[in-house]
Design a protein around this ligand. Sequence first.
Ligand code: COA
Length: 336
Amino acid sequence: MTNGTPPFGRTVRIKGTGSYVPERILTNRELESIVDTTDEWIYSRTGMRERHIAADHEATSDLAAIAAQRAIENSGLTPADMDMILVCTSSPDMFFPNTACLVQKKIGAHRAFCFDMEAACSGFLYGLEVGRQFVQSSSAENVLVIGAEKISPFVNWKDRTTCVLFGDGAGAAVLQAGNGRGIMETIMGSDGLLADLLIMPGGGSRYPPTPETLKSGIHFIQMQGREVFKHAVSNMTKAALDILKHTGVSIADVKYIIPHQANARIIHAIGQRLGGRPDQVYMNVERYGNTSAASVILALDEVARGGQLEKGDLLLFVVFGAGFTWGAMLMEWDNS
Ligand code: COA
């Protein structure tokens, strides 16, 4: 699916961002005492050194609410100004109520309508596009889009091939109409034929929790890493190249490429295939690991708060996740 800015409706920009990661840091060295691995193996294969892990008392909505408050404050607005809250997550607090309603309660955004969506690690970009549609059509003025995950309880801490990769965290963005180009174009794609390559089969209506399903461990993440790696590189590269072609923007004109932070090798491969300079490709996977739906907004919040963005800068987001799902978005920055 491709969406350029239509000939009608408003342009939509990010007015403010915020993020939060839990206090506890789990280093590669600590992982050496949990599974048969080494800091050297993890760093050389993934670029990760550490990740944050939520405390037992913290759920996804707790991380999300802090990120949301920071984003709203950064926008110069109040929770009561929010018309809509969309939480993108694969690790909701519970099946229902949705996590967005729980965030609404915590932050006091009493005017908003609230729902969740799930597109795994692509979630935040999918959420931005959904939020954009509401603002563009004037169905909402201020939309809060959150990417939040407490993925750590769904990781099998006995499986060295997956447990070293993931971390917890949350990020949020407030969308508003703007005067510039804002979100210029979005491309999204999916392939359900490859669903089994990255999957958490248990716990839902297919395999509801029973003592047997718990024993067999099907409520943990299962992944065929090498296959996922190949599809991640090829789909993200194609989505990014397609968006540059459709918009006629050259990679040299993009300030930052912000890819989903799954693995430094995936990120480098995409940067090279797009012909981007190393300093254009933003990477923080070393400090957070793969935070799934939180990953690109955690990165954007870092860039924005680091004072590295000016009005008019072009940002290229590119994501990939279970499903498979993938996408790319080109945006002109303007939070003035
Ligand atoms: N520590 C030490 N050794 C490990 C290990 C670990 N944590 N995890 C796997 N290994 C071993 C394997 O058992 C294998 O050993 P063998 O050759 O004796 O069988 C060896 O390392 C190579 O495994 P392989 O899976 O081929 O490694 P890789 O180079 O493909 O790296 C991943 C593994 C998971 C890091 C990589 O495939 C990857 O990043 N895939 C994409 C994952 C991803 O991004 N998922 C989320 C998408 S949103």
